[in-house]
Ligand binder design. Structure first.
Ligand code: B1M
Length: 217
């Protein structure tokens, strides 16, 4: 199977909601020596974006969204360890990462965490649907230098602002840089709420995190 055909079939497995096919194709891609990040960016992501479009246009319903997400997760479970590798690295910074309160979307957040880990950050992933207080507690616990808040819904973006306010109230705002992301989030939103940075995707999240901790890019 050619590289393009494999990417196309990965996308199709997500669109059709076939976790087993997605997993098998991911294994095949790695066996062929394909770059796991390219499999994600050129196969899985166009697939899940198409699922989102079909949902938005009313052709897909919630179960389709769920099974599309499951298919993407099944393939990521195979591809992500290949991104991380197992070399020992110098820790560039300690990151507390989570999806904000009221928001159950985990795939993008987890991918950002994997990429940060793969690039030398120590990541405490506090999960999904996490209130601002949990971010604050995790910053204290991990003595973190960076906070990453993911939000996928226009209604939950507001929680990113709550996290910044909670860090201020806890006297921790000077200790940590805050980065925000997620499909509806923009640079102007990040500026408006006083975040230190916005990243559009997992690759730019790594570049941003490096910049925020002043590591060479
Ligand atoms: Co939901 N959902 N969903 N969903 N879902 C969206 C986000 C939506 C755009 C679909 C649509 O209508 N087209 C829409 C939001 C509309 C809006 O508010 N603007 C939507 C909706 C409406 C809903 C529900 C309300 C549906 C309902 O119940 N009626 C509901 C809400 C539940 C809740 O959270 N309270 C809901 C539920 C779900 C599922 C749980 C079923 C499922 C998630 C499964 C899971 O995560 N385990 C799901 C899915 C799969 C999607 C879509 C199709 C895909 C999201 C995804 O995983 N993308 C999504 C449409 C879309 O985005 N195309 C949609 C792949 C992932 C790699 O990308 O998460 O964008 P993404 O992350 C990227 C970047 O955004 C960035 O880097 C990542 C990697 O490149 N990034 C960061 C993300 N976080 C970052 C943090 C950073 C930096 C970068 O720094 C900290």
């Amino acid at each position: 199977m050619s590289r393009e055909e494999l990417f196309d079939r990965l996308a199709q497995a997500v669109i059709e909601g076939e976790p087993e096919d997605a997993e098998e194709l991911a294994r095949e891609a790695l066996a062929q020596g394909l770059d796991p990040l390219a499999c994600i960016n050129e196969g899985l992501t166009p697939g899940i974006d198409r699922v989102g479009e079909l949902f938005a246009s009313g052709e897909y319903f919630l179960p389709d969204l769920i099974i599309g997400g499951e298919a993407m997760k099944a393939a990521l479970a195979i591809l992500e360890p290949a991104l991380t590798g197992d070399q020992e690295r110098q820790v560039l910074g300690r990151v507390v990462l989570g999806t904000v309160e009221g928001d159950l979307h985990e795939i993008g957040k987890t991918l950002v965490g994997t990429m940060l880990t793969a690039n030398g950050f120590s990541v405490t992933d506090i999960g999904i649907d996490r209130p601002a207080a949990d971010f604050v507690a995790a910053v204290k616990e991990a003595n973190a230098t960076l906070v990453g808040a993911s939000a996928l819904l226009t209604t939950t973006m507001l929680q990113q602002q709550k996290i910044i306010e909670a860090l201020q109230e806890a006297g921790l705002r000077d200790q940590v840089k805050v980065m925000v992301g997620g499909a509806p989030v923009t640079q102007s939103w990040a500026d408006k709420i006083g975040a230190d940075g916005y990243a559009e995707d997992a690759v730019s999240a790594v570049a941003l995190a490096r910049r925020l901790v002043s590591a060479p890019t």
